[in-house]
Design a protein around this ligand. Structure first.
Ligand code: COI
Length: 355
């Protein structure tokens, strides 16, 4: 476990703001960043002075370890502004704990809780004008850490940089999402780094996802690497299947990310008296359910995408279209979840944390 160090944050404010140049109604996901960033370096075995400073590029040596051996981890979180202009985080402790689990798996130092949480809250306060109100608006938070030691020896870095950057966002996917079930490529394997939010897990998906895009699919539904018979994740999200009135999602494992939206939806659905089964769903079961009409919905769940309905899937060159429903569980759960996140509904779970 990491220790708390209660280090005072050094603050260097930007002399100017870019906020008036931003069209908040037309935001491409993750393309615009606020005026400041948070940074803390790990050197000589210790975390140095945490700093908030103007958002800007920084110089690094070409032999910096992250470029060669990929020691890079990140988190995706969101903050929301309520009607009284207070800013709220959604289950930040979950992201903090997962960040440090990823750090351990990637042989990187754990970030102390006060550096992570105080840095994040202070940064949000400084750039609070960038957090827009209303369901559909949020501030996407990207904490990340990279190995900054130099030299191309294949060892863990000795130095690291932990940073937090903020990006005001609306939705992640612009249009319909059709998926293709992976028959050859894999996202993760037992004993690998699939459960870590490691940058390389995403890079490894780009090539098979590009192939899927060329065939007209936006994402791949990943299957288990050993047999390609079990459905695991959808692109950059966890995945849920509604068969009749039961929701199914795979259990988290060494191969599957322990998604915060995923676990929140399981709790929310149970509270709504929806039958939820956390178990592996077989590709054959999905095909059978699509053929006999019991497959009602498939949706991805993640911080960036929130809940993303999937309109159909392809498997072995056959495309299965899902029915268009009046009573969509995905739509209902999304509204309930985002109302809690935006403080438009009571948070009976205690998930929201004031900044
Ligand atoms: C998130 O949902 O926050 C993620 O990390 C996915 C990312 C690829 C945008």
């Amino acid at each position: 476990m990491s220790t708390t160090q209660n280090k005072k944050i050094e603050i260097i404010k930007s002399a100017t703001s870019k906020i008036n140049e931003v069209d908040f109604e037309n935001l491409s996901f993750g393309a615009v960043f606020t005026d400041h960033l948070f940074e803390c370096d790990f050197k000589n075995g210790e975390w140095q002075t945490p700093t908030i400073k103007p958002y800007a590029p920084f110089l690094v040596d070409p032999s910096t370890r992250v470029f060669h051996y990929g020691q890079a981890i990140f988190e995706g979180m969101k903050a929301y502004k309520d009607d009284q202009d207070a800013i709220w985080l959604f289950r930040p402790d979950e992201n903090y704990n997962r960040f440090n689990k990823s750090a351990v798996r990637m042989a990187m130092p754990e970030v102390p809780e006060d550096i992570f949480m105080n840095g994040l809250k202070e940064l949000l306060k400084i750039d609070q004008a960038w957090v827009k109100k209303g369901n559909g608006n949020s501030m996407y938070i990207r904490p990340f850490m990279i190995g900054t030691g130099t030299g191309v020896i294949a060892n863990p870095s000795d130095n690291y940089k932990f940073m937090i950057i903020l990006s005001p966002v609306k939705s992640y996917y612009a249009g319909e999402v059709k998926v293709i079930v992976a028959e050859h490529y894999s996202r993760a394997a037992n004993g690998g780094i699939g459960a870590a939010k490691a940058a390389g897990n995403y890079a490894g998906q780009f090539y098979p996802t590009n192939l899927a895009n060329k065939e007209g699919f936006q994402q791949v539904i990943w299957t288990d690497d050993a047999t390609h018979t079990k459905l695991e994740e959808a692109g950059t999200m966890n995945v849920f299947f509604r068969i009749n009135d039961t929701l199914f999602t795979a259990p988290t494992s060494e191969r599957i990310l322990d998604g915060v939206t995923r676990k929140s939806l399981i709790e929310l659905a149970k509270k709504e008296k929806i039958n939820v089964e956390v178990r592996s769903v077989l590709v054959d079961e999905l095909v059978e359910a699509a053929n006999n009409g019991s497959l009602k919905e498939i949706f991805g769940a993640g911080t960036a995408a929130v809940i993303s309905p999937i309109v159909g899937f392809s498997y072995k060159d056959h495309y299965y279209e899902l029915p268009k429903l009046e009573n969509s569980m995905a739509a209902d759960l999304k509204l309930k979840l985002t109302n809690i996140q935006n403080k438009l509904a009571e948070d009976t779970f205690g998930w929201t944390v004031k900044v």
